[in-house]
Design a protein around this ligand. Structure first.
Ligand code: G4P
Length: 283
């Protein structure tokens, strides 16, 4: 399958970040905990160099709890500040403030030496589409936030959200498009819903997902669709046939409706109904 690539948007998003990066102390990078590497854009390391960095593994509620721990360790070892969060419920967000202070301690100390008091840390939130940037900003900023209006040097129309006296967020989330290093990366991003479904072959995508689940989350998959193994190993096609049968996905004349069954499996995966699933592990 050919996965879409967005060079036009990418250029615009990059320009927006480059224009604002000099005003930023801290880059908060949201990753999807189910695909922490595939949901990263490697350009962010370049754009955010010399800035404090905080990685949030968002949608951690949908990812495998054990894998979350391994990814936390992985990013810590790479020198990042990192937290597991759920932007939707707000879980994990309380720890951010302390970590921001820790990540920006050099800047805070520098300000103090220069006699600058109460200059808040300024942060930008970046991430690929659908990773949860808007949800995060809304949950994190909550109702208490106030827009502080334009600041000199900031691109016209940019707003800062003052969270408290220590932290301000640039209210436009930086949209980054992932770098599709391989078809596999594109496929994983399609599975989590970071790509327009209209361009995707849902049956192909569901087959790839089922193949992965069969080898990594077999019990969760078979349990969800009440499939019994009867001693022999199941193929992807057999699983999809059983999904059609058990979920009444038929076209006229009792022909299995694989498109419908595929959409159902993908939707079940995306919303966590098959279980907490991570699609990639640290090397
Ligand atoms: P974006 O700005 O980065 O494009 O993402 P956005 O905040 O719009 O979030 C995309 C979807 O992900 C939303 O679901 C949102 O509710 C969901 N989401 C964000 N963070 C989390 C999380 O930590 N856990 C879970 N389970 N979901 C999360 P939606 O289906 O588009 O909307 P809704 O049905 O939730 O209202």
């Amino acid at each position: 399958m050919n996965y879409q690539w967005y060079p036009g948007h990418m250029t615009k998003a990059k320009r927006m970040m480059q224009e604002n990066i000099s005003l930023i102390d801290l880059v908060i990078e949201l990753l999807d905990a189910r695909v922490p590497l595939s949901s990263r854009n490697p350009d962010i390391d370049d754009l955010g160099k010399n800035k404090s960095r905080l990685i949030l593994l968002n949608k951690s509620d949908l990812a495998d709890a054990e894998s979350n721990k391994r990814w936390m360790q992985f990013f810590k070892e790479k020198g990042f500040y990192v937290l597991e969060v759920n932007a939707k419920t707000g879980q994990g967000l309380k720890a951010i403030q302390g970590m921001v202070r820790e990540a920006c301690k050099e800047k805070i100390e520098r300000d103090r030496r220069r006699g600058i008091k109460n200059r808040p840390v300024r942060a930008i939130v970046v991430g690929i589409p659908n990773v949860g940037k808007s949800t995060f900003i809304n949950s994190f900023a909550g109702k208490a936030c106030t827009k502080t209006g334009n600041k000199p040097g900031v691109t016209k129309g940019k707003q800062w959200i003052r969270l408290n006296k220590e932290l301000e967020l640039l209210d436009t989330p930086g949209i980054l498009w992932p770098k599709f290093e391989s078809e596999e990366v594109g496929c994983k991003l399609a599975m989590i819903g970071s790509m327009n479904d209209e361009i995707l072959q849902m049956t192909e995508l569901a087959d790839a997902l089922v193949a992965y689940l069969l080898s990594h989350y077999r019990d969760a998959l078979l349990g969800r669709y009440q499939i019994e193994e009867n001693g022999q190993s199941l193929t992807v096609r057999e699983v999809m046939e059983m999904v059609c049968k058990n979920r009444m996905c038929y076209k006229k004349g009792q022909e299995p409706d694989y498109e419908k069954a595929s959409a159902l499996v993908i939707d079940d995966f995306r919303s966590g109904r098959i279980g907490r699933i991570t699609l990639e592990e640290p090397a």
